[in-house]
Design a protein around this ligand. Structure first.
Ligand code: 3PG
Length: 307
């Protein structure tokens, strides 16, 4: 019997697991569950006899793939798949998919939530500021960027985006101004929100030059990946500019130093939680289960990322 494992260090909402179970069992497959595991050895043991795997940000390394002798497909229930060793998967003929867009609204709502929280002085009761009329720059205009734009428009923000992979028309039709470089985006916008994946080109790309070029009372928001920030430069910008704020769904490695030295100028979620809503868990989890069913039963490879 085809075995499907959900391996999530950060579990889905129970309602999403129930929904996945229904799809898996209706297809005649068996569901195994490994949640909140504390040691890699538990993952290595759990993958040994499964045909399919559903994960979130769980690290699917060559070692894990080696241990998963029967594995045919891994679905990352979410957008970014930098946690999966694609080269090793391809070598082993394991199909890797993501579920693009399924958790995008949840991430976008967190971005705006963090921005409001900061603009209102972390709800300290003192006079804050409003988002209306302020400029917001979106660094990438994929599923999350588009949702942030949709919500930010409701706040009356003026929105700009840079995305070399999206036609300018597709950006402008949303009432968003497409700019021609990352530099221009950072220079123009008091608020910049990052929506780029972690790739060899983007890792460390948000550097001192970009951050220091932002207008007065700059707010940088990161609900993408921690690795895209040059953390040495982040520290330097905190030191150089008292008006700079960093809001992130991923605490930087040097968070302790920032917390100690720059109170009130940052916000870091205690655990990455952009996609942590019941709705996003259901959307991404069920999509992952359906993609596995369709792949095993019909060979459908839509959303494969390691072609
Ligand atoms: C994604 O890439 O989909 C998001 O970063 C969410 O990641 P998570 O499923 O680990 O919360």
């Amino acid at each position: 019997m085809t075995k499907v494992l959900i391996a999530t260090d950060k579990p889905f909402a129970p309602v999403a697991v129930d929904g996945i179970r229904k799809i898996v069992e209706a297809a005649g497959f068996e569901l195994k569950l490994l949640e909140k595991y504390t040691d890699k050895s538990q993952l290595l043991e759990a993958v040994a006899d499964v045909d399919a795997l559903i994960v979130r940000s769980d690290k699917i390394t060559r070692e894990v793939l080696d241990a998963a002798k029967k594995l045919k497909i891994v679905v990352r229930a979410g957008a970014g798949y930098d946690n999966i060793d694609l080269e090793a998967a391809t070598e082993k003929k394991v199909v890797v998919m993501n579920t693009p867009g399924q958790n995008a609204n949840a991430v976008a709502e967190l971005v705006l939530g963090m921005m409001v929280y900061k603009a209102r002085g972390q709800f300290d009761g003192k006079s804050g500021s409003e988002l209306m009329g302020k400029r917001l720059g979106l660094h990438a205009y994929g599923n999350v960027g588009r949702n942030v734009a949709r919500i930010a428009k409701g706040f009356g923000m003026e929105i700009f985006a840079f995305d070399p992979y999206i036609p300018v028309d597709a950006i402008q039709k949303d009432g968003v101004t497409a700019v021609t470089s990352v530099k221009e985006l950072f220079k123009k916008c008091q608020y910049v929100s990052l929506h780029i994946p972690a790739t060899p080109e983007t890792v460390g790309s948000i550097n001192y030059e970009l951050m220091s070029s932002m207008p007065k009372n700059a707010v940088l928001v990161n609900a993408a990946r921690g690795e895209v920030i040059d953390e040495k430069d982040l520290l330097k910008i905190f030191e150089d500019r008292k008006d700079f704020t960093y809001l992130s769904d991923i605490a930087p490695a040097n968070a302790a130093e920032i917390v100690e030295k720059f109170p009130g100028r940052f916000y870091f979620t205690p655990k990455k939680m952009g996609a942590q809503t019941e709705e996003a868990n259901i959307n991404a989890g069920l999509a992952a289960a359906e993609q596995i069913r369709d792949f095993i039963q019909k060979g459908i490879t839509k959303f494969q990322v390691n072609k």
